[in-house]
Write a protein that binds this ligand. Structure first.
Ligand code: GLP
Length: 265
């Protein structure tokens, strides 16, 4: 795992978008794993800009999102399908049929989870997975105590998550769906490359636990320490509680992979 610290939220999002663009140019049929949440909004906005201004081509890509709420339809303004359509899919030249989210309205949810895992496998697995982190340390909706080998399944959301996501549902946690379908921790760990983007002061404490704490199912983001190629991209505010901050800075300044991105320091 590498931790890359950049001065601002915008620069952190910029690095993520640039890595996406580089991978997509090198591998036009890239299979992307995508995440939702406020943290990702600037990333999608930058990818739309890259498409419009620099011709970034999504036509052969396919995408799999981490998760979806159970019980709200795709056209509901708070569904993750709606979020993805609005912020990315409707604004770039992706083939909609190649964009996948779990179906939270499926009549047989267990079958839907198996189908989703099968679709990822059929696409050849996820090449580049983007994840954020919840205030309780979740990735996707893998809430505390989730198996670190879990696959796509239904999960009940914790009160902390209902609280965190309430602003998108009019501010009342009671309006947030209680359950979701999420890729499992094991599904995320199977991705070939993983980028975790974390920004803002409110995430500083959970980020320090996630990257410098012991691996525990109580903070499922710690499982990314086991990922063969995970890079954690953060802004100064989110980095403020890291103990090894000087070491993380040294890695970004010295690893050849990051030489072309030194302009972001
Ligand atoms: C939701 C999503 C997560 C996301 C988290 C953080 O819970 N299921 O994938 O990482 O929100 O959201 P935000 O970026 O709004 O803090």
């Amino acid at each position: 795992m590498e931790v890359i610290i950049l001065p601002t939220q915008q620069k952190a999002a910029h690095l993520v978008a640039q890595i996406f663009a580089k991978e997509m140019k090198a591998h036009p049929k890239l299979v992307l794993g995508l995440a939702t949440g406020r943290t990702m909004e600037p990333v999608y906005s930058l990818l739309v800009d890259l498409h419009r201004q620099a011709g970034l081509d999504f036509s052969q890509c396919s995408t799999f999102n981490l998760d979806e709420y159970i019980g709200i339809p795709a056209d509901h303004p708070c569904s993750y399908r709606h979020y993805m359509n609005e912020l990315l899919f409707n604004q770039v030249n992706i083939t909609k049929a190649n964009t996948h989210l779990p179906d939270g309205m499926a009549t047989d949810l267990a079958a839907e989870c198996i189908r989703y895992e099968g679709a990822i496998a059929q696409a050849g697995g996820i090449d580049l997975q983007l994840v954020g982190i919840g205030s309780d340390g979740h990735i996707g909706f893998n809430e505390p105590s989730s198996s670190l080998r879990s696959r796509t399944r239904e999960k009940a959301l914790t009160p902390a998550t209902l609280e965190q996501n309430a602003p998108m549902f009019g501010g009342d946690p009671a309006n947030v769906p209680r359950r979701a379908i999420t890729m499992g921790v094991g599904t995320i760990l199977d991705s070939r490359r993983c980028l975790m983007l974390v920004t803002g002061k409110s995430k500083a404490s959970i980020l320090a636990k996630a990257v410098e704490g012991p691996i525990t199912a109580m903070v499922t983001a710690t499982a990314l320490q086991l990922h063969p190629r995970c890079q954690v991209i953060v802004d100064e505010e989110a980095a403020s509680e890291l103990k090894e901050i000087d070491y993380h800075r040294w890695v970004f300044a010295n690893e050849p992979e990051w030489a072309e991105f030194q302009y972001l320091r």
